[in-house]
Design a protein around this ligand. Sequence first.
Ligand SMILES: Cc1ncc(COP(=O)(O)OP(=O)(O)O)c(N)n1
Ligand SMILES: Cc1nc(C(=O)O)sc1CCOP(=O)(O)O
Ligand SMILES: [Mg+2]
Length: 479
Amino acid sequence: MKIMTTSYVLTIAGHDPCSGAGMTADLSTINALGGTGLSVCTALTVQNDLTFEQCYWTDPGIILDQLQLLLNSYPVRVAKIGIIENPDILRQIIRMIHEVSPETDIIWDPVLKSGSGYTFHRNLSVGGLSDIFEMCSLVTPNYDELRAIAENGNIKKAISDISSRCPLLLKGGHRSDAQKGTDILYFKDAISATLLPRNILDVNRHGSGCVLSAGIASYLARGYDLLQSCILAKEYTYRFLLADPAKRKAEHIALQYISTGKSPEEHLQHIQEVCISGGKWIQLRMKDHTEREIFDTAGKARDICTRYGAVLIIDDGVSVARAIGADGVHLGNNDLPPAEARNILGPEAIIGGTANTLEDIDRLQREGVDYIGLGPFRFTTTKKNLAPVLGLDGYSQIMETLQQLKTNIPVIAIGGITLRDIGPILETGISGIAVSGLLTPKQRVTTPGSTKDMIRMIGELIRHAAGPSKQTTEIVKHQ
Ligand SMILES: Cc1ncc(COP(=O)(O)OP(=O)(O)O)c(N)n1
Ligand SMILES: Cc1nc(C(=O)O)sc1CCOP(=O)(O)O
Ligand SMILES: [Mg+2]
């Protein structure tokens, strides 16, 4: 009997102990994109981000036994295949999928070499693989892989031979020429679609090809057509690459700095001061500025944050966040609804929402925000049209109820917070604080030295308050 639930995506791939690539990276992608991941491990590898030392292939009998059991148990919508010992085993796997589960789409990502240079296969050729292409719904080689299997180096002929049998996505992520980042999707009927990169990223993280093909598999499984799936997965991979490892590790950031300044230059100067001083989470909040000014400043703020490994979110402006490649947005009641922002910014984006009551938190959580900014804690002149002040009692009541309901969305406090408030606020179960005036006071001229001292003291208070059972602010959705 097949177990019926949502979209099952099967990855048949190697195990990478650092999860940058292979089966575990695929499963993370599948789960992040709303699928249910199944896996068959084709090899154990000894590798990390920089080096690949060894590959121990799984016994083909075990691969086929696991595959048969999964195909008999689950309605697998899409199977994505990564490293396989040789074309014969690949053939057996694909045939089994065809026989046991003919409705399953197969994506083959022909990995010939690891990112760090380990060679899995030599002497493969388009001609020798033609029966395999016939059984696939998509193959996703990068340019080097296509060149390696093209007979006599004839890339044009290789493209035409493959795409007459199945759609081909030629990935340009690793190219060093003008086509870097451009992927081309060739359909069977000689039509092609060029997928331009949103930005050229100077990142060659190992495993990005796995993330892209697992992303395509996940979107296909959810019912998108092939072109839509490639576009959406490309966007997802872009965000994955943008979130550099330092940022992805910055899961537990409990201090958000909200920028302030009389001019765009002052905003940038304050942001730089906070970043130099160790601040890791910045919100660009520019009121009473033109769209052009906000857009230009946001691009510069992004560069500063990238340089210092800080996360940047934009207050209100979803389109600005998307255009400059920010990590997310903070949305108020009059902004775009979180679900719409999510559609635009993608699953990896950090989306925060403003709340003043328990009902606000409940609604925002259902709308899919990643964290809540709950405020105001006390009166502040930084924001006009303040909601009713909550004070410590208001926070205690709301946090107690959330704990009773076992709701564990990160909630950060905001509004007029001083150094002395931090301990008592965190005692209520709040996971972090967002401050503007505390780091950029109106009366005193701040210097990197004084901001550093302040951030250090805030860090101490947060560390003291956060015992092992306390929730901290998880601002990154997916690793
Ligand atoms: C962390 C955090 N919490 C709340 C707010 C307030 O946002 P919003 O309601 O959109 O009001 P403005 O900041 O736009 O005036 C915030 N920005 N950050
Ligand atoms: C931006 C903002 N939002 C608030 C809310 O209650 O929603 S209070 C606030 C101002 C935060 O700055 P400061 O630390 O200077 O008070
Ligand atoms: Mg706002």
